[in-house]
Design a protein around this ligand. Structure first.
Ligand code: ADP
Length: 312
């Protein structure tokens, strides 16, 4: 399967189309690597959303970050590679979308003209069936998603990664090549923060920049008495950031409307932007919006060392 799309601006990092096969690489593996490099070269910024454990709001942050970026007018892709718990179809109201192939590429769902979404959930016939795949199969699916989804040219790809620090997030990070970095999501209590410390170490070990940590579910404002209740404690994520020397992006409070919007498949960051949680989300996302708003990014407009002029 080939998408016939040729760029070479990634040649210094992922290998470009004019480079030969690596030692021990089959022709098929070589072509797959080139297709991945070409695909990634058409995407200016890549942001991974990671968490130390499940249930802390990683997919919620990824979905709302993607929506916030699209609302700024950027061309955005949202890729859900959380193989065991793909929540993006539900959160984005896309449960009825079934992915299909066209010209050898996987066609993502188009939410608006500038927001496309792809999820492993779109490939499952029965959404209640748990996937029982061994490691290499999962890695193969993740790589195929990155390689064969027809995003077109994007300003930014937001990737909702599997939780933890195992082979799956590692494969995503390695396949993306020149990612801008990771947004790490945690909740404030010690059991979550101790896992997120591992995520920070994981990023450092693989050379992935940490764009910052979001402390989600941080405080709950009681609608009856207006007092703030710290259900999962408060400040744990921020303290960890100071301790480990990584940027703190901000706190998002617990808000039942976040759950309801997610269950209805409505983008909270768009519909509820004026609420306390909506404002907190936008504040936390501001550095990422600024990063994508700046000129430049992943692909280079300089000629490659191989002499080709990269496609724009
Ligand atoms: P993860 O991707 O880490 O497993 P999800 O994003 O799927 O977590 O969120 C898990 C649940 O928590 C969902 O029902 C979501 O709506 C809810 N949730 C996430 N963030 C908040 C928040 N700030 N306030 C209330 N509920 C939230």
């Amino acid at each position: 399967m080939s998408c016939d799309k040729s760029t070479c601006s990634a040649c210094d990092k992922n290998g470009c189309a004019s480079h030969g096969r690596l030692p021990n690489e089959t022709q098929e593996q070589y072509e797959a690597r080139q297709r991945l490099a070409d695909r990634m070269a058409a995407i200016r910024h890549k942001v991974l959303v990671l968490s130390g454990k499940g249930g802390v709001g990683k997919s919620t942050v990824a979905a709302n970050l993607a929506v916030s970026l699209a609302l700024e007018g950027h061309r955005v892709g949202l890729l859900d590679v959380d193989i065991h718990g793909p929540s993006i179809p539900k959160l984005m109201g896309l449960e009825s979308y079934a992915a299909y192939a066209e010209d050898g590429c996987i066609v993502p769902a188009e939410v608006t003209a500038n927001l496309r979404v792809m999820s492993i959930g779109f490939m499952l016939q029965d959404r209640d069936t748990a996937l029982i795949w061994r490691g290499p199969m999962k890695i193969g699916v993740i790589q195929q998603f990155l390689r064969d989804t027809e995003w077109g040219d994007l300003d930014v790809l937001v990737v909702d990664c599997p939780p933890g620090t195992g082979d799956e997030p590692l494969s995503v990070a390695q396949s993306l090549g020149d990612a801008d970095g990771a947004v790490v999501v945690t909740t404030p209590q010690d059991v979550a923060v101790s896992d997120v410390r591992k995520s920070v170490m994981f990023c450092r070990r693989i050379g992935l920049d940490i764009l910052g940590v979001v402390e989600n579910m941080s405080g709950f404002v009681c609608p009856h008495c207006n007092q703030t209740i710290d259900i999962f404690k408060r400040g744990g994520g921020e303290a960890m950031c100071q301790d480990m020397g990584v940027p703190f992006l901000g706190r998002i409070p617990l808000d039942p409307e976040v759950v309801q919007a997610g269950d209805r498949g409505e983008p909270f960051a768009y519909l509820k932007s004026k609420t306390t949680a909506g404002v907190a989300m936008l504040e936390a996302f501001a550095p990422i919006l600024a990063l994508v708003g700046r000129a430049g990014g992943g692909g280079s407009s300089e000629p490659c060392a191989c002499g080709h002029t990269p496609a724009s």
